[in-house]
Write a protein that binds this ligand. Structure first.
Ligand code: MIC
Ligand code: SF4
Length: 641
């Protein structure tokens, strides 16, 4: 039987477990990336592992998220990140160089290799044929320390692409179509692999848009083959030596195959407040909008901004719309300024933001009260923009740019013939914003500003817990709900006691007060708890407030790993209907919980009147981590034994 791309990479990288089993496997990680908002914790964790120098082939630390310097905090974080990178053998991409995923795709991604990143959109580099996975910082730190990365043996969904996109339909519409089909939990535990004759019509940045937003399907990652298009892109980036022809075998098998005829795809739009709330654009056409934002790791490539420039050329943005543009990287910004695109954009009245995440995670450009904003981003969770009652729509750059001119949601197909973009023979290559590590680590002094607080201690799980249900919530709760991002909260990413004050801020403003007044709090949730980002803070901050367990119908992949790494017990209902029996403020006893977890048995939760049976579906390795109180405690235990 032939192999698919995922099987080929896993076979080359497996160091623990068996590819044929249903259990978890450990794989070797060749390369890692971090970004600043998750990076400070990651490097504090790496330091706690007593590692002198990273063991990976290549590791890089980007600064792209916390770019507003309203006080000393974000800047102090950047200085710490730069100095620790120099010391531990990590490259450092300076602020201004661009969004981690865009820069990584341009300058470092490599077919056939593995990449682990402390950001959920790390799968962007799957567009080049890399197995690129997002994870919590502690797992990325472990990979830098030379440890395997563990994942449940994934099912591989094949997406067979046929045909060719029509004018004004783009890669964003392909992934929005898939989100409509599969929803935000359709990819949990799965990897999405693209194949078929339609692949060759998609450029690398287009493929990267698709793999980027595979994260919104909940997928572990997404991957494309590496073909002639990949070769030409790498050549144009001056990196042809990174190329290898990487294809699935012709008789490769998949757990499921989705047929997608690119010819039949039309412009799509994700409506508030979920990336899978997708409809055809015609259903919401002519809805008035007040803001348009073009950028983010999903849609900020040279091609995306070039087509934006073509649409805006000699026009003026509607007087009621604020249009912002954030080029994905310094390379993109330099190239649009050299070819005249930037003038077209600016002359049309767009506001130019720096090459960074910016409005995507609420770092500026919060929409007005109750207003609608059209964005080329990947997430439109309620409140993420910084305005609770704003409505965020997700679209392609083509739809965004044309709608900005019109002042309402508009279909770019009305523009007639589409200008044809030619991938450049050479991309502008200048890596001087990437600082290499020091040769002698002894020469580097690691600088820690006062905002960088030590990591909380991890204590072993107790065997008997008398708990209190502090919050009962529904399905698809995101990490943005658990611990929001945004300009107000992001500066506290290196200070767990302080950032804990914002847990569930937008869902239940009294949560923190209740948690601090209670011992052993429990959160009860529906399906797909913790979808979205990789931020460890969404586990670490609740832990700091005394949360000992989350009982949910199901969990998102990265978040459940983060809960375990920080000693919060993830439990599922043996009978989902029991969710209805639990109410807020209910007292639940969890007797012998530690012994049951270690033995892999179901757990009884006992209230005055009821007994609810819960499962803890985790691996034996994870059971030990959980009982040790978290991964750092576990590593320490194993180092000393
Ligand atoms: C996001 O898009 O939600 C983020 C901000 O990039 C997060 C990481 C973080 O919270 O720092 C992610 O996607 O993992
Ligand atoms: Fe940055 Fe937004 Fe991409 Fe997250 S999704 S990495 S915040 S651009």
């Amino acid at each position: 039987m032939g192999k698919n791309l995922v099987e080929k990479i896993l076979q080359e990288h497996i160091v623990d477990g068996n590819l044929k089993s249903n259990d978890e496997i450990g794989i070797h990680i060749d390369t890692t990336l971090t970004q600043d908002a998750t990076g400070t914790l990651t490097y504090l964790e790496l330091e706690a592992m007593n590692i002198d120098r990273v063991k990976t082939d290549f590791s890089i630390s980007y600064v792209d998220h916390n770019m507003l310097q309203a006080d000393f905090r974000n800047m102090d974080d950047h200085v710490y990140l730069q100095s620790i990178a120099r010391k531990l053998g990590i490259f450092f991409s300076r602020p201004g160089n661009g969004i981690c995923h865009q820069v990584h795709l341009e300058r470092f991604a490599k077919p056939g290799a593995t990449l682990l990143g402390s950001d959920s959109h790390t799968p962007t580099c799957g567009g080049i044929g890399m197995l690129a996975i997002g994870a919590g910082g502690l797992d990325v730190a472990s990979a830098m320390a030379g440890q395997p990365f563990y994942l449940k043996n994934p099912q591989v969904i094949g997406v067979n692409l046929t045909g060719k996109l029509n004018d004004w339909v783009s890669a964003k519409d392909i992934i929005l179509t898939l989100l409509k089909l599969k929803t935000v939990k359709g990819g949990v535990g799965k990897i999405i692999e693209y194949f078929g004759e339609g692949v060759s019509s998609l450029s690398i940045p287009q493929r990267a848009t698709i793999t980027n937003m595979g994260a919104e399907l909940g997928a572990t990652t997404s991957i494309f083959p590496a073909d002639e298009v990949t070769h030409d892109f790498l050549k144009a980036q001056g990196r042809v030596s990174s190329f290898q022809n990487f294809q699935a075998d012709s008789d490769a098998e998949y757990s499921e195959i989705i047929e997608l005829n690119l010819n039949q795809i039309v412009p799509m739009i994700a409506c508030p407040h979920s990336p899978d709330n997708v409809v055809e654009i015609s259903e919401v056409e002519e809805t008035t909008i007040h803001q348009v934002a073009i950028g983010s790791c999903t849609n900020s490539s040279y091609r995306d901004l070039w087509i934006t420039g073509e649409i805006l050329n000699k026009q003026i943005v509607s007087r009621d719309v604020s249009l912002t543009i954030s080029p994905g990287s310094k390379q993109v910004l330099s190239m649009i300024s050299a070819d005249g695109t930037l003038s077209k954009i600016i002359n049309a009245g767009a506001r130019l933001l720096e090459s960074a995440c910016g409005p995507c995670l609420g770092m500026g450009q919060a929409p007005g009260s109750g207003k609608l904003s059209l964005r080329t981003f990947n997430r439109n969770f309620k409140g993420r923009s910084g305005t609770q009652d704003a409505g965020i729509y997700l679209v392609s750059p083509e739809v965004a740019a044309y709608s900005a001119l019109k002042g309402y949601i508009a279909d770019p197909r009305d523009l007639g013939k589409m200008p044809q973009f030619e991938e450049p023979d050479t991309y502008l290559q200048d890596d001087r914003m990437i600082i290499p590590p020091a040769f002698y680590k002894e020469d580097v002094i690691v600088e820690r500003g006062p905002g960088i607080k030590p990591l909380p201690e991890q204590l072993p799980l107790q065997n008997y817990l008398e708990t209190n249900v502090l919050l009962k919530i529904g399905d698809n709760i995101t990490t943005d709900h658990i611990l929001p991002a945004g300009a107000k909260i992001l500066p506290y990413r290196s200070d767990i006691p302080k950032i804990s004050e914002f847990v569930f801020e937008n869902i239940d403003p009294d949560f923190v007060k209740r948690a601090l007044a209670t011992k052993n709090g429990v959160i009860v949730a529906g399906q797909n708890y913790g979808q979205g980002s990789s931020r460890e803070h969404a586990a670490l901050a609740p832990k700091y407030l005394g949360i000992v367990a989350v009982i949910a119908k199901s969990f998102a992949r990265i978040h459940v790993a983060n809960l375990i790494n920080f000693g919060i017990v993830p439990l599922t209902f043996q009978n989902e209907k029991d969710y209805d029996l639990i109410y807020q403020d209910m007292k639940l006893e969890l007797p012998d919980i530690r012994s049951f977890i270690l033995k892999g048995k179901s757990i009884k939760a006992i209230s005055d009147t009821k007994e609810i049976i819960l499962d803890c579906f985790i691996s034996n390795r994870e059971r030990e981590i959980l009982c040790a109180g978290g991964k750092l405690a576990y590593v320490r235990e194993n180092q000393s034994s």
